[in-house]
Write a protein that binds this ligand. Structure first.
Ligand code: GLU
Length: 426
């Protein structure tokens, strides 16, 4: 009997619900492997940990942390760690599941995992952040490791936090284990090209999708939601290839300039402004946040958080192409609206796979202690992403399905073939 997971009480548009509906949509295309599809609808393992730390003022604070391993069928777990005040078990379950699908989409020898701590990093000092990271790493130490589950950056986590994770795990196990985490600083076993890899992959998918649509990047208008590691890099690359970035929205507000924002100046402004955000950038107009969705543009890049593109917002979108830099930005009802309106969506599970692809390169380089040049990394990244996208496109054409369902079809076939061959134990 396959009952719904009893420890999850999804809200109407939860990320986990979105994921389950995406899996349901692929089932008809899996042939005899559909027998195994239920295994994708529950995480293999989910760990909830209490993370107590001493705050700078001497008080003791408790944070809730998670590490979910959704699937280990194709290899060790792989996925980032998110620090955010809204992190929940259910969200981390969805993010872990999307990692499974993503790693299989680009054919990396990994399963899928994700972690998170419910906290607002802006409210912690750097020392408190270090303590919370180290204690969290110790608490999940039972399930992570270079051969079992490899962590990485995600929303609000960065190379310094990866260095603390690597050090804590290494201290606890008694030897330096660089391969337990990717996205580390380059001088500590990190890989060249990792920081920009996700944005670079989003751009590469966008360039290829635009080519297939007959949309010229020269002069194309691009709107970007989220100006962190993914959105800002993708925007920069689009601008370098002749596109105009006409609107940017982040946690501080929405800015708009129909003539195109000056990217080098905006990037510099965001680094130096007090809130590290786009609001207040002089060479642009402020815009109401909700109006962002109706901006006149050719390409829209949601690169913030999940659940942003709702059915109502999908009705307003004027772009021909949506590139999902974020994980899970589009809810299933919005997918339907976009499809009906002829808007092409390149889904997260391929579009933002550049990050984990270079994480894989980092992991391989750590094991061989032999490091590649940035050119080699960028070339291999491009090759893997373009190869995967073309397989997905063929699948979509073959069955006349969306790129999302086609990506799930390619990925789930790989995951479930491995699962079937391994068999059930005992
Ligand atoms: N957090 C990134 C993602 O969602 C990267 C994960 C990784 O490199 O393992 O894809």
């Amino acid at each position: 009997m396959n009952e719904a997971l009893s420890y999850v009480h999804p809200s109407p548009a939860s990320a986990w619900d979105t994921y389950l509906s995406q899996v349901d949509r692929v089932a008809p295309y899996l042939g005899p492997l559909a027998r195994w599809v239920e295994t994708l609808k529950r995480p293999k393992r989910a760990l909830i940990v209490d993370v107590p730390i001493e705050m700078d003022d001497g008080s003791i604070a408790h944070f809730e942390g998670y590490r979910v391993q959704h699937s280990l069928s194709r290899g060790p777990g792989k996925g980032g760690v998110r620090f955010h005040p809204n992190v929940t078990l259910e969200e981390v379950m969805a993010l872990a599941a999307w990692m499974t699908v993503k790693c299989a989409a680009v054919n990396l020898p990994f399963g899928g995992a994700k972690g998170g701590i419910r906290l607002d990093p802006k409210k912690l000092s750097i020392k408190e952040l270090e303590r919370v990271t180290r204690r969290y790493t110790s608490e999940i130490g039972l399930v992570i490791g270079p051969h079992s589950d490899i962590l990485a950056p995600d929303v609000n986590t960065n190379p310094q936090i990866m260095a603390w994770i690597m050090d804590t795990y290494s201290m606890n196990t008694g030897s330096t284990a660089t391969g337990v985490v990717t996205g580390k600083p380059v001088y500590l076993g990190g890989s060249l090209g990792r920081v920009k890899a996700t944005g670079r992959g989003v751009f590469a998918c966008g360039r290829e999708a635009a080519r297939r649509l007959g949309l010229n990047l020269q002069g194309a208008r691009v709107a970007v939601q989220g100006f962190g590691n993914v959105g800002s890099v993708a925007a920069e690359l689009f601008a370098q290839h002749g596109a105009s970035i006409v609107a940017v929205q982040d946690h501080t507000g929405t800015i708009h300039n129909p003539k195109g924002l000056d990217m080098p100046k905006l990037l510099e402004y965001v680094q130096t402004s007090a809130e590290h955000g786009v609001a207040g950038f002089a060479q642009a107009e402020r815009m109401a946040d909700e109006d962002f969705w109706g901006v006149a543009c050719d390409i829209l890049v949601p690169a913030a958080l999940e659940g942003q593109v709702t059915a109502a917002r999908a009705q307003k979108i004027r772009a021909r192409l949506v590139l999902e830099g974020a994980n899970g930005p589009t809810v299933p009802e919005a997918d339907d609206v976009l499809q009906e309106r002829g808007v092409l969506v390149v889904p997260d599970v391929i579009c933002n796979a550049g990050g984990v692809t270079v994480s894989y390169f980092e992991w391989v380089q750590d094991f061989s202690s032999f490091f590649w040049t940035e050119d080699e990394i960028n070339q291999r990244l491009e090759q893997i992403m373009m190869n995967a996208l073309s397989q997905i496109w063929n699948k979509a054409d073959q069955h006349k399905i969306t790129l999302r369902t086609a990506t799930y079809a390619v990925s789930c076939e790989r995951i479930l073939t491995a699962r079937q061959a391994r068999g059930l134990y005992p």
